[in-house]
Design a protein around this ligand. Structure first.
Ligand code: NAP
Ligand code: SF4
Length: 684
């Protein structure tokens, strides 16, 4: 029974599964980090050791392929030999030594594979891979099943407490389940009972091979969000059958990777898909099926996790990115220190975006994630007096990390509030999570003993008594030098986002980078943010009920709110707008703006601004002049470093460390600023 006096009694309640005791209900969801793929698994072991030390109940690794055909990309992490199993022991030992439990995810990507050896039920190329898969023969299917079973047996030999069989997100097993991707006529295709044979064979034969005292998680797709996806009765049938076949836990999968509905981005409401797990849970309770269920997707605070469990919607909660952001999430929750948790803001910028670029994952808010062996926080050999000017992400990180190492740090900002540009981001509908980042950074300043001075415009003479001076004064908007830009119709994005001026019903935005997109969303949106209203968000994106329509796609499609005003978003370069946005989120921003009928125009020249609005022409020959009649023109033409103080100090021959946007503004984002500042603080 849960202890009602504990801060999160349901979250912290132990659970016994397949003879394995889990110390609480937190499952670290599988997430590829890039650390799985090398031969040296020490960095992966260090990554998971910290999460086990931080109290996670059950860790699930990133996907490991059972064979070459199942690779996500060439030379992806594979477990197919005893030698590989021995290499994995460093990971399992690290977790067990820290009192944790760990299961290995077996991931066969099928037609999602990014290599020419891909296999699938039917020879159909997916929209997210250039490689057309080979269609498996019946013997080929049998070989894949054996590979799953062998992989699970080897995982046991490697010391894992269990495996997770990845049956969702549109991967190999899911491809067999859906009629849209499985057009076979043999015993593995046709009606649903044939299409679900593959997962059942895999679960049953794996259970037989590994014995009863080994956790077997099955990741079940509860809503496919693609045309022709599973109906709810099929999900339920498969859930029951998988439980009967020997699964010890059923985890929730949401949406195929090719789905065009966001499922984990920051604009997705918290716990947006828990209602599906809750529905399965209710059916299981009614039928006396006791297999524990895991809720997943956009669960990022202990409060949200606790309420899911307290409501009886699930038996465990899965969090992956929140544990990248803070390995001590569980310990802090258990100590009643939830305010000290470094909350994942679901930006994907350093985790999934990196993985899709074949780079090692990291975390925007926690640069140590996946770099544990490299970024080690050690006490300083000599405590120094350090001044940091600028309390944006770079300045706060430099200050707090240096203070944590024992330095005496004073942090100055001319504004009355910390956060710099983060204060702009948090005003965008769908970016409410940035409030959490500001809360955490504020707590860090308090906890590390940094002396904060707000509302002070620091001069060089104020900085003479310090051993080290850091200038992190950030950026200033770039001057686009457009004829007529002094017209009262012209506004800076800062004036708009701060609400300093009422904005008219027709607006042109100059510049379509991250901030141009943010401003377009801000101006086109009306009413409360749908991120804070699940039903409104479901209507906006066309999320329906799989009990009523296959795959859970609303039959009426997306029903966005009408736009608040007519918005034109412009850029000089050719090509699609927002090309520089995150790989996993750019399409969401583009789709959101299209739904609001924002007109996106590339390849323009800004000729001049007059009373009627903005005159543009097109292409290098400045053809087709066109007036955009509008009430306001908002400048979002990028940033330049704000270096007044740094230049003044350097002119006096003083040594100064310039970090973040004040150093390089191009392609500046909080990720680089924070990483750069943390590395500096560890070096001083
Ligand atoms: P940015 O992403 O560099 O975009 C600047 C925009 O201004 C581009 O569209 C550029 O396109 C245009 N531009 C550049 N020079 C210009 C000039 N002289 N005249 C007119 N237009 C000009 O900068 P930002 O939008 O200020 O964003 C700053 C940073 O914050 C970026 O790194 C951004 O990624 C990040 N951020 C990210 C997000 C996100 O959602 N991930 C959100 C907000 C901010 P053309 O040169 O083609 O005209
Ligand atoms: Fe979360 Fe962003 Fe960090 Fe990824 S990079 S773990 S989404 S905060």
């Amino acid at each position: 029974m849960s202890d009602p006096r504990a801060p999160y009694p349901h979250l912290l309640e132990p659970l016994e599964v397949a003879g394995v005791r889990l110390r609480n209900r937190v499952l670290m969801g599988s997430m590829h980090t890039g650390l799985e793929d090398g031969r040296d698994l020490q960095p992966l072991a260090a990554f998971f050791r910290e999460r086990a030390q931080g109290g996670v109940g059950l860790i699930v690794t990133g996907g490991i392929a059972p064979n070459i055909a199942g690779w996500a990309k060439p030379f992806a992490g594979t477990l197919a030999t005893q030698a590989a199993a021995r290499r994995h022991q460093v990971v399992t030992r690290a977790v067990h030594d820290a009192g944790g439990r760990i299961a290995m995810q077996i991931l066969h990507t099928g037609r999602y594979a990014y290599h020419p050896l891909a296999v699938a039920p039917t020879r159909l190329r997916s929209p997210i891979s250039p490689f057309t898969p080979f269609e498996l023969s019946a013997r080929g299917v049998e070989r894949q099943i054996r590979a799953f079973v062998r992989c699970a047996t080897l995982a046991r030999e490697a010391g894992y407490d269990g495996v997770e069989i990845m049956g969702s997100e549109g991967y190999f097993i899911n491809q067999f389940i859906s009629a849209a991707t499985n057009q076979r006529q043999d015993a593995w295709g046709g009606d649903y009972s044939n299409r679900m044979r593959l997962p059942l064979e895999i679960v049953q034969r794996t259970r037989e091979a590994v014995g009863p005292d080994f956790i077997l998680i099955y990741r079940l797709s509860m809503i496919d969000l693609v045309p022709g996806g599973s109906r709810w009765d099929e999900v339920l049938t498969l859930g029951r059958a998988v439980a009967a076949a020997g699964a010890s836990i059923i985890n929730t999968g949401i949406g195929w990777h090719e789905a065009r509905i966001p499922t984990i981005a920051t604009s997705v409401p918290r716990a947006a898909f828990t209602w599906l797990t809750a529905r399965l849970k209710q059916a299981f309770v009614e039928e006396g099926i006791t297999t524990p269920l895991v809720a997943s997707n956009r669960i990022n605070t202990p409060e949200v996790a606790e309420s899911i469990l307290a409501d009886g919607a699930a038996d465990l909660v899965s969090m992956a990115r929140p544990l990248l952001a803070d390995p001590d999430f569980v310990v802090k929750a258990a100590q009643g220190r939830a305010q000290d948790i470094n909350t994942c803001i679901a930006c994907n910028q350093a985790c999934l975006d990196h993985v899709f670029q074949n780079r090692r994952a990291g975390c925007l808010v926690n640069p140590r994630a996946c770099h544990e062996t490299e970024l080690v926080v050690r006490p300083a050999t000599r405590a120094k007096r350090i001044a940091v000017v600028g309390a944006g992400p770079a300045g706060i990180t430099a200050a707090t990390w240096a203070a944590e190492r024992g330095h005496q740090v004073q942090l100055f900002d001319r504004d009355q509030a910390i956060g710099g540009q983060l204060n702009m981001a948090r005003r965008i509908p769908g970016k409410e999570e940035f409030d959490e980042m500001l809360r955490y950074l504020g707590r860090r300043i308090q906890a590390t003993g940094v002396q904060l001075h707000l509302g002070i415009e620091v001069q060089p003479r104020d900085l003479v008594d310090f051993d080290e001076v850091v200038v992190a004064t950030g950026v200033k908007p770039r001057d686009p030098r457009i004829p007529g830009q002094e017209h009262p119709k012209v506004l800076s994005y800062l004036q708009v986002l701060r609400g300093q001026v009422p904005v008219g019903p027709r607006v042109a935005i100059i510049g379509a980078g991250g901030i141009g997109f943010d401003v377009a969303e801000f101006l086109a949106h009306q009413g409360p943010s749908t991120t804070l209203d699940l039903q409104a968000w479901q209507r906006e994106w066309g999320v329906g009920d799989p009990a009523l329509s296959p795959g859970g796609l609303a039959p009426e499609g997306p029903q966005p709110w009408p736009a608040a005003r007519e918005v034109f978003l412009l850029q000089r370069s050719q090509g699609k707008l927002g090309a520089g946005l995150g790989k996993t989120t750019g399409w969401i921003h583009r789709t959101a703006l299209k739904m609001k009928r924002v007109q996106m125009i590339a390849g323009v020249n800004y000729e001049r601004i007059e009373d009627r609005g903005l005159l543009i022409s097109h292409g290098p020959q400045r053809e087709d002049p066109q007036w955009i009649d509008c009430d306001h023109i908002v400048i979002c033409a990028g940033q330049e470093p704000l270096r007044t103080l740094a230049d003044a100090l350097q002119d006096q021959g003083r040594r100064v460390h310039v970090l973040g946007g004040a150093r390089v503004a191009g392609e500046l984002d909080a990720k680089r600023a924070i990483d750069e500042a943390a590395r500096w603080a560890l070096s001083v």
